[in-house]
Design a protein around this ligand. Structure first.
Ligand code: NI
Length: 163
């Protein structure tokens, strides 16, 4: 598994593309999604979306601490957001060592499929809400830096080959 970052043209293309729905939750996909957890933890991340490892498919994983069960989201849909907003500092494995405050709806409701192909719903606030929305954005080709001020983005552009 390879981490895609904003340093390479081909990888930027993948990170900036709209991902396609998963058609079959088969054993191969399940193994792959599970292996993303180890890869993410080796890289000290708490969330990882498929485009970040080079696949434009709609799934992501989240594990905020080692004492929690991993969360798997396949074909996720955001079905509700609060009008109340939340401001938290975010970072991204694909944009190493860059951080910025991002404002998002404080509460998010998501529907997705788990590894057994069963639909589930989750409502999250706080950090988990940010992580879910951040990972969902990856499936849309959107990155957290898109929310930052132009001044801050310019600073990041200097460090990366960003389009
Ligand atoms: Ni990210």
């Amino acid at each position: 598994m390879e981490l895609y970052t904003l340093n390479e043209e081909e990888q930027i293309k993948v990170l900036r593309s709209l991902s396609e729905p998963v058609e079959n939750i088969d054993d191969q996909l399940v193994d792959y999604v599970k292996s993303m957890i180890d890869f993410m933890e080796d890289n000290n991340g708490i969330g990882l979306a498929a485009p970040q490892v080079g696949r434009n498919q709609r799934f992501f994983v989240i594990r905020m601490s080692s004492d929690q069960d991993p969360l798997y989201f396949i074909n996720p849909e955001i079905i509700g957001t609060s009008t109340e907003l939340s401001n938290l500092e975010e970072g991204c494995l694909s944009i190493p060592e860059m951080y910025g405050k991002v404002e998002r709806p404080a509460v998010v409701q998501v529907q997705a499929y788990n590894l057994r192909g069963r639909p589930f719903k989750i409502e999250a606030d706080g950090l988990l809400s940010h992580v879910i929305q951040h990972e969902y954005d990856h499936l849309q080709g959107k990155l957290f830096i898109d929310y930052l001020s132009e001044r801050k983005q310019k600073k990041i552009f200097k460090n990366f080959k960003v389009e």
